[in-house]
Design a protein. Structure first.
Ligand SMILES: Cc1cc2nc3c(=O)[nH]c(=O)nc-3n(C[C@H](O)[C@H](O)[C@H](O)COP(=O)(O)OP(=O)(O)OC[C@H]3O[C@@H](n4cnc5c(N)ncnc54)[C@H](O)[C@@H]3O)c2cc1C
Length: 418
């Protein structure tokens, strides 16, 4: 049987960060990264740029082959993990090979959720999660005239903009009443939707795809109001779910993702999980959540690696705070922390100017920043993210912060970092 002291499944943000943390403490122990992907590691966040052609598929890697050689990290690619065998401290891959581990990290991320729309299983639709998906979408876009995008989340909105810019007639179908739910409130989302409208993208809000009918040159999408949309390209961007199918029968505690403690340890000995696959402490509540965002994957990967190597500097995970920057048609939107609240104890300050396309919303509670979302406002999302994560007390500078969040935030953080 193959063996590796540290076995890491996945080769994206969480996996790479864990490998780095392990090597900092153990320069000799064998590390093996197993991935079902055949490409050099890359970030899924660059995929929209591969579709648009702004980045070429061979120039998006997070690490070069030299890095793995220099760090003595072994890679197994094009092989999916299919079974965990915890009693034997081993895993099984799709071709039947087995790997024994001393410490195992599951960093298998997330995969697109395909909604149960009748007929969809008979369509050659596209998704956007892997580099191969992006290459296939780019190639399909080169031949398409009409596209339908299911879902107005980040994947759907990036996809719709890219396809429209390639000269394709695009319709977006979203069952909720606004775009980018979770990232922006209804007022901000309306500014974004209107920008797409002005660019000729047809936005079907509050509508469901009821069934999809294959055609010789694509498909027809039937909506719940009786409308029918013709598409020679169908992009499904209706969310993601953690990749956990290999956990069946292993005894690993699962909920929406793999449940972990504050050191990213699972309920089974010598097995950790990190990134989009893990369900960990929430920053805002006592619940455990799957956050599905890049900075969390990095942070959780780092903590898991430190725990696996028993690094004495290890600090417990404090929960993840979302941070997103989203550019659409040259306009800049940011969303850090929560974008909406039903909490009557929270203070919410909104500044909105539809004509200028300007929006800024600040949510404070007990003198602490809970979230900020904005469109076309000069803000530094990294600073705001730090203020939330550190639960910085803003009580004494509240008025100043509400009037000038950029300058006040910078001053506070430079005092903290000094
Ligand atoms: C288009 C797009 C835009 C995004 N934009 C943002 C953004 O603006 N901000 C943000 O915070 N986040 C964004 N994200 C999300 C971000 O990319 C993820 O949070 C991050 O990549 C999670 O990293 P991860 O290492 O946990 O998992 P992933 O990046 O999902 O990687 C999982 C790894 O596991 C491997 N794998 C999966 N299953 C198996 C298996 N069974 N066996 C072996 N290997 C397996 C995969 O090949 C891959 O290497 C975006 C995602 C997409 C797709």
């Amino acid at each position: 049987m193959n063996a590796s002291k540290y076995l890491i499944v996945g080769s994206s943000h969480a996996a790479l960060e864990a490998a780095r943390a392990i090597r900092m403490q153990d320069d000799a122990g064998s590390i093996t990264l197993i991935s079902r992907d055949t490409h050099a590691p890359y970030s899924p966040t660059v995929l929209p740029y591969v579709v648009s052609g702004r980045s070429s598929a061979d120039r998006v890697s997070l690490r070069t082959p030299d890095y793995f050689q220099a760090e003595a990290i072994n890679r197994v690619t094009g092989q999916a993990l299919t079974r965990l065998l915890p009693a034997e401290q081993a895993v099984e891959l799709e071709d039947g090979q087995r790997w024994h581990y001393e410490k195992l990290l599951l960093a298998t991320g997330a995969t697109p959720v395909i909604p149960p729309v009748p007929g969809l299983d008979r369509i050659d639709y596209r998704v956007l999660r892997t580099l191969d998906d992006a290459i296939a979408l780019r190639d399909a876009a080169g031949k398409a005239a009409n596209a339908v995008v299911l879902g107005a989340g980040l994947v759907g909105m990036h996809g719709a903009e890219n396809l429209a810019e390639a000269g394709i007639a695009v319709s977006v179908v979203e069952m909720q009443s606004q775009v980018l739910p979770g990232y922006f409130d209804a007022q901000a989302a309306e500014l974004i939707r209107a920008a797409f409208d002005r660019q000729g993208v047809t936005m079907k809000m509050g509508r469901r795809a009821q069934r999809v009918e294959p055609q010789a040159d694509g498909c027809r999408v039937h909506l719940d109001n009786g409308e029918v949309l013709n598409a020679d390209l169908l992009l499904v961007g209706t969310g993601v779910r953690p990749v956990t199918d290999y956990c069946q029968g292993s005894g690993l505690d699962l909920d929406q993702g793999i449940l972990v403690d504050d050191h990213m340890a699972t309920n089974l000995p010598n097995i950790w999980a990190a990134g989009d696959v893990a369900q960990a402490r929430d920053f805002y509540s006592d619940a455990k959540v799957v956050t599905g965002i890049l900075p969390d994957a990095v942070e959780q990967g780092r903590i898991a690696g430190m725990a696996m190597v028993e690094d004495p500097a290890l600090q417990p995970y404090r929960g993840g705070v979302p941070i997103n920057t989203y550019t659409f048609y040259g306009q800049q939107a940011i969303s850090v922390g929560i974008s909406d609240t039903a909490d009557t104890a929270a203070q919410v300050a909104v500044d909105f100017d539809a004509e200028r396309g300007y929006f800024q919303k600040i949510i404070l509670k007990d003198g602490r920043l809970q979230g900020i979302s904005a469109i076309n406002a000069a803000l530094d999302p990294g600073i705001l993210w730090q203020l939330i994560l550190r639960r910085t007390d803003l009580s004494e500078v509240k008025a100043e912060f509400l009037a000038q969040p950029l300058e006040t935030g910078r001053r506070l953080m430079s005092d903290t970092w000094r």
